[in-house]
Design a protein around this ligand. Structure first.
Ligand code: 5GP
Ligand code: MN
Length: 345
């Protein structure tokens, strides 16, 4: 965070605003880690602060310090509406466009509060008074670390903050593997460990906490994986019937898409998941090298994300969505810009 932005942010905080922090819909480890990391920091500074999540989040994140203080919008709509209306400062973390905060989008658009965006997705929207966006950052948690140290100092990072920020960096870098994992990321992680983040406990809570149903669902999905050698592409799909069969709980399919990239020659992995409640097909893409799945998601599936991890959705059937994917895949791969021009190796 540059000096001008940290001064502007400090000036906003000096007015002792009513603060709300919002992660994106279906919050992941980075979204919950960054919102709770910032929450603890602001709380420790004596601020009036509340996290409101647009939708619920997985059980494997519910152990995080103060996760039980998060107001989940569908569980308290009128309370959340009142809080947003009363807020004079709203942080939006880990997303670049208010459409990514459904079903809170309209409430946020109507708000008179000053907005601060902290995010690492490409093409940030312009709704915020302060936009701290860096698409080269590994995670929003890494950026929140920089916000906290810019506003205060390393001294302000306590064990709770360290635990939250470590969790988000660990999950958004796929365990310190993805291409945005930099020397700087590791320096920050080293500090977080010094401040008391316990890497063994965190990994165990987040990664080794499957239910038996979840593990069997993974086995079922992998059993039906299709690999297209001519396109270096692996894809999987899950129908709502299968989800029911394995007693699906939120977060159960998190990370499944990555298994497609375990194939040595695979460059692209996709998963299509039928969401009966929202009446859509949720799609996740992952890639190796500089194959730009953000472009794929944006161009054909109403979505977005990063070069190596993106998502989108479709309003046709599961079968038709997969069919459409197989149609557009060769088109996409033959585009001159399918491979990002700045390879991050
Ligand atoms: P995931 O596949 O884990 O849901 O998401 C991977 C990345 O793509 C995340 O950074 C997420 O923010 C982004 N993403 C996922 N779904 C969508 C979507 O529907 N729209 C946009 N703009 N981004 C998405
Ligand atoms: Mn993130």
């Amino acid at each position: 965070m540059n000096i001008q932005d940290s001064k502007s942010l400090q000036a906003l905080l000096d007015h002792r605003p009513v603060i709300t922090i919002v992660p994106h819909t279906s919050p992941d480890g980075d979204a919950i880690g960054s919102t709770l990391g910032l929450y603890h920091f602001l709380k420790n500074q004596g601020h009036d602060v509340q996290v409101i999540a647009p939708t619920d989040f997985p059980d494997f994140l519910k152990w995080m310090p103060a996760a039980d203080q998060i107001l989940i919008y569908p569980n308290g709509e009128s309370k959340a509406q009142q809080r947003i209306a009363a807020s004079s400062l709203i942080f939006t973390l880990d997303f670049n466009n208010l459409l990514r905060a459904k079903p809170l989008t309209a409430l946020l658009e109507q708000s008179q509060a000053d907005f601060v965006m902290v995010d690492h997705h490409q093409q940030p929207d312009t709704y915020a008074k302060i936009t701290y966006s860096d698409d080269k950052a590994s995670s929003t948690c890494e950026l929140i670390y920089k916000v906290i140290t810019a506003l205060s100092s390393e001294q302000a990072i306590n064990q709770e903050i360290a635990t939250c920020l470590y969790t988000g960096i660990m999950t958004d870098t796929g365990g310190f593997r993805f291409s945005m994992t930099s020397p700087e990321t590791h320096r920050i992680v080293a500090t977080l460990l010094e401040k008391g983040a316990n890497c063994t406990e965190i990994a165990s809570e987040v990664l080794d906490s499957y239910s038996i149903d979840r593990l069997l669902l993974l086995g079922h999905v992998l059993n039906d994986l299709t690999y297209l050698p001519q396109h270096h592409t692996a894809y999987m799909y899950i129908s709502s019937k299968t989800l029911k069969q394995f007693n699906f709980r939120k977060g159960d399919t998190e990370g499944f898409v990555n298994y497609g990239l375990r194939i040595k020659e695979a460059e692209l992995a996709a998963i299509f998941i039928e969401n009966e409640e929202d009446k859509l097909i949720k799609i996740s893409f992952r890639s190796k090298t500089n194959l730009d799945v953000n472009l794929l998601a944006r161009t054909y599936f109403n979505g977005g994300g990063h070069i190596n991890a993106a998502g989108g959705s479709s309003h046709t059937s599961l079968e038709d969505t997969v069919k459409y994917f197989l149609e557009v895949l060769p088109q996409f791969l033959s585009r001159p810009d399918a491979y990002h021009s700045n390879p991050i190796l």
